[in-house]
Design a binder for this molecule. Sequence first.
Ligand code: 1JT
Length: 258
Amino acid sequence: MIDMKGKVAVVFGLANKRSIAYAIAEKLSEAGATLVLCYQSERLREESEELIEALGQKGTARAIQCDVSVDEQIDAAFAQIAEAFPVIHTVVHSVAFAPQDALKNDFLMTKREEFRIAHDVSVYSLIAIARAAAPLMTEGGSIMTLTYYGSTKVFPNYNVMGVAKAALEATVRYLAASLGSKGIRVNAISAGPIKTLAARGVSDFATILDAVTARAPLHRNIEQQEVGKVALFLASDLASGMTGGVTFVDCGFSITGI
Ligand code: 1JT
């Protein structure tokens, strides 16, 4: 069993119980880590407090509001984290956004503002968070983000998110090089499609899930918990030699040609 007792993990991107971030937080907590959950808006405070209670971390864990598209909120969040915990060990970035039209219209019609927002929220936020977190990661540690195979291959409607995920994966490599000397590892998990809140706005998502069932070597879709388990591994000492990479949790879909 992986032991994360005495380790502090900060998790961004929790919207509800279906969130990939929720499953990751659950696995880290089960392994003994102390959690800090960062939610985007006050609307999500209750959900985060409920998760803390469900995980039996009332009194130890913290829930902090932080919109990752605002520098001052990232600084304020890490100032609060530093007050409660002098050292942190793991940071999970499970955040992405693009305006809905951009994931529906012809990619050719992608607007400058849609491109900007997708990259600001989904990519730049990782750099800003890594910079704010690094001074607290004095014992080294692990930063991870979530990506999707649409970074590398074209999928209908993934559009500007595919471009943003390509930039995110490159950002993981550059951050890994930048933070390696501090003993901080940076990795991405490429998750297969999952029906979360993010997928709700995607038309024909059921078709995407069916294609995975038909073609993936394991002939099924992944579950949030399976991403959580790999996230725990990446956070742990078992992954001490891994940095800058993309680890697939996709039932093998990405190895198939047709
Ligand atoms: C966003 C959305 C990022 C949906 C996302 C995402 N990363 C993965 N998904 C689910 C998905 C969507 C499509 C797909 C496969 C997976 C929506 C809001 C913006 C951020 O196509 C093959 C379209």
